[in-house]
Design a protein around this ligand. Structure first.
Ligand SMILES: CC(C)(COP(=O)(O)OP(=O)(O)OC[C@H]1O[C@@H](n2cnc3c(N)ncnc32)[C@H](O)[C@@H]1OP(=O)(O)O)[C@@H](O)C(=O)NCCC(=O)NCCS
Length: 166
């Protein structure tokens, strides 16, 4: 039973851990439910091979979401963040994002950057509420049916009061 006002973070069975290639079936299951244009298995395998940071959140041993982060020098790029559609709104997305932000700050990264579809209100709200600001736009960045959709570029400084747009 869930108590009113409680999020996933309050439940002890929730665990964030690094993911490995063996987690691919569970990742792909969520990816295919989560996106109209999901990443292929090959893209995830390349992410693992490239040493990107891939973390997941589990409850009672079941994967509920994951995030993929690429780091270049002192800047990180959030390439994917996705939670199981049936488990949204429980705090899993925010918990994954905070884990990456805290870890990035610990590692001395200056900035985390990401692209998000202009129309993706849930994700934009999440990023905004964690302090991300819009720093640009990429026209036609995403496939969208027969056409393309713009991306908003958002960034958050991780090294204190520095300007995230710098
Ligand atoms: C974006 C996403 C990861 C959020 O995951 P989640 O597990 O639902 O996130 P949380 O439960 O931690 O909610 C975090 C915040 O997201 C925002 N949010 C979540 N669902 C929302 C909705 N339906 N409408 C508006 N904002 C919403 C809210 O700001 C929420 O914070 P609050 O509960 O304090 O109001 C999830 O919707 C998802 O996987 N979407 C599909 C994949 C995707 O678009 N990823 C982003 C790529 S850039």
């Amino acid at each position: 039973m869930r108590l009113p006002g409680r999020t996933a973070e309050h439940y002890p069975a929730v665990r964030v851990r690094p993911l490995v290639q063996g987690d691919l079936p569970a990742i792909l299951d969520i990816e295919h439910q989560g996106y109209s244009h999901p990443w292929s298995e090959g893209v995830f395998r390349d992410a693992f091979r490239s040493g990107y940071q891939v973390i997941g959140i589990e409850q009672a041993g079941r994967l509920e979401g994951y995030a993929v982060l690429a780091t270049l020098f002192d800047e990180a790029h959030l390439l994917n963040l996705c939670t199981r559609p049936a488990s949204r709104g429980l705090g899993y997305g925010r918990r994954l994002l905070r884990e990456l932000l805290m870890d990035g700050a610990r590692r001395g990264l200056q900035r985390l950057v990401l692209e998000v579809r202009v129309s993706n209100q849930p994700a934009r709200h999440l990023y905004q509420s964690e302090g991300f600001v819009v720093v640009g736009k990429r026209p036609g960045y995403y496939p969208d049916g027969a056409g393309r959709e713009d991306a908003v570029v958002m960034a958050l400084g991780l090294a204190g009061p520095a300007d995230p747009t710098a």
